[in-house]
Write a new protein. Structure first.
Length: 166
């Protein structure tokens, strides 16, 4: 049984958070950066780690592990920042997401993706576009536009704007 709305072969970037394997549609990914210094912004939620300077632009950085109820991401040799484009109504917001490591880019056929389970996962089902199957591994395919509420993304925008004014 395939997922409604997934009808073509798509490339996905896979990455790890803790010991879980996740994927995001490559069309959402701008670039992958080595971990760098993140400037903390006061009075923001714990999962909002701060901002980075990306070639003169301020980019908010989110800790997906904290967002998903895991422990805080620690800087290690493979820790990286995935720079993503997230849709908020008619706008595109650029943000960085911390990942323990990036694995690879590969294509999944629609019949390799099943609907997200309604139980048995630590993550809210609406965050997941589906569950990919590759060899013996299951991959949680994130629906990045739904991981953050419009209020959370508005906060990201405010943080970005405040950082640019400082």
């Amino acid at each position: 049984m395939s997922v409604a709305g997934i009808v073509d072969v798509r490339p996905y970037l896979t990455f790890t958070l803790d010991d879980e394997l996740f994927a995001v549609d490559v069309a959402k990914v701008r670039e992958v950066l080595d971990y760098t210094t993140i400037t903390k912004i006061p009075r923001t939620p714990e999962y909002m780690r701060g901002v980075i300077n990306l070639r003169g632009s301020v980019v908010p950085v989110i800790d997906l592990r904290l967002k998903f109820g895991m422990s805080k991401t620690e800087s290690k040799i493979n820790t990286c920042i995935i720079v993503l484009e997230i849709k908020l109504e008619d706008e595109t917001i650029i943000l960085g997401a911390l990942a323990d490591s990036v694995q690879e880019v590969f294509e999944l056929e629609p019949d390799q993706i099943e609907p997200a389970p309604k139980f048995g996962t630590k993550f809210r089902a609406e965050f997941l576009r589906g569950m990919g199957k590759r060899e013996e591994n299951f991959i949680m395919i994130l629906e990045m536009d739904k991981v953050f509420s419009s209020d959370e993304l508005a906060l990201v925008q405010q943080t970005e704007n405040a950082s640019q004014l400082a």
